[in-house]
Design a protein around this ligand. Structure first.
Ligand code: PBG
Ligand code: ZN
Length: 325
């Protein structure tokens, strides 16, 4: 395959040829929209570092979710911002907690939209860590029961799928057991299996008011330098009963997505996180990049790396773009 016998440009000369040899496609079916629910009525608090995203009271959450559904987006990932925080994250598993209320309403108004709930404690603990704190240690085993209770309460409220994002060891099995014992063996678990300790979560923590008050998350989230460990983390969650596994963040971890795709045959999700969105939005605002093109290129890259589905704050814009093109 040497020049001049082989000329790769032959098959690039028209859009028709390019379409025919395109290896990867992005579809609206691949997109999951993250959304933030807060108490109150007619609330729509802009998130400064995530233009176009808001903390939404349930009435407005329904409006946004309906728009997403009408664009063909199959699912939302729901995060809650509670009124009160305490050391045991009691609002996370309260029957009338914000996520529980939002799920009920979403499933009532938009029964065909898949509602996935993020299961973690950091928005609900007063110290902002994803687990129970003893001294200044995050107590893994003491956290498991609360995570299972939280997931169970989401599922009982009607969630279609639960997604633990805490990175405690053993939580997938604990959640699977709790669901099964309560007649909810049909509810799948999307596990944030390889979740890195990343500065790309900055804007999200502003959105969800979930930054840790002391220390950082390095004792539970993964070291960005590690790839083999991601395989072990994912394998563990698969053995514990995860139905979908996730790599997070996406763009700086395309190699991890690719590696996990090769190793594991379960559906694979990638979370293109808040900082990835914020960087593109900021550079676009400065006039330094074509935001829409960079968005589409980024999403196709995540697909090309091997993701089956993408959680992205661009879901609505990308769905619109796919529809228009
Ligand atoms: C909570 C959680 C985080 C994200 C999703 N779930 C933040 C964190 O771990 O600090 C990040 C999402 C994003 O940045 O878009 N455990
Ligand atoms: Zn957390």
């Amino acid at each position: 395959m040497l020049f001049p016998d082989y000329r790769p440009r032959r098959l690039r000369q028209s859009e028709a040829f390019r379409r025919m040899i395109r290896e990867t496609t992005l579809s609206v079916d691949d997109l999951i929209l993250p959304v933030f629910a807060i108490n109150g009525k007619n609330v729509k608090n802009p998130i400064p570092s995530m233009p176009g995203h808001f903390q939404l009271s349930v009435d407005n959450l329904i409006k946004t979710s309906r728009k997403a559904f009408e664009l063909g987006i199959p699912a939302v990932m729901l995060f809650g911002i509670p009124d009160k925080k305490d050391p045991l994250a009691t609002s996370a598993y309260a029957k009338d907690g914000i996520v529980q209320k939002a799920v009920k309403s979403l499933k009532d108004k938009l029964p065909e939209l898949v509602v996935i709930t993020d299961v973690c404690l950091c928005q609900y603990t007063d110290h902002g860590h994803c687990g129970i704190v003893e001294g200044n240690i995050i107590d893994n085993d003491a956290t498991l029961d609360l995570l299972a209770r939280t997931a169970l309460s989401h599922a009982k409220a009607g969630a279609d799928m639960v997604a633990p994002s805490d990175m405690m060891d053993g939580r997938v099995a604990e959640i699977r057991n709790a669901l099964d014992e309560n007649g909810l063996s049909n509810i799948p678990i999307m596990s944030y299996a390889a979740k890195y300790c990343s500065a790309y979560y900055g804007p999200f923590r502003q959105a969800a008011d979930s930054a840790p008050k002391f220390g950082d998350r390095r004792t539970y989230q993964m070291d960005p330098a590690n790839a083999l460990e991601a395989v072990r983390e994912v394998t563990m969650d698969v053995e514990e009963g995860a139905d979908i596994i996730m790599v997070k963040p996406a763009l700086a971890y395309l190699d991890i997505i690719c590696r996990i795709r090769d190793e594991i045959d379960l559906p694979l999700a990638a979370y293109s996180v808040s900082g990835e969105y914020a960087m593109i939005k900021a550079a676009e605002k400065m006039g330094w990049i074509d935001g829409k093109k960079v968005m589409m290129e980024t999403l196709i890259a995540i697909k090309r790396a091997g993701a089956d589905m993408i959680l992205t704050y661009f879901a609505m814009e990308a769905a619109q773009e796919l529809r228009d093109s």
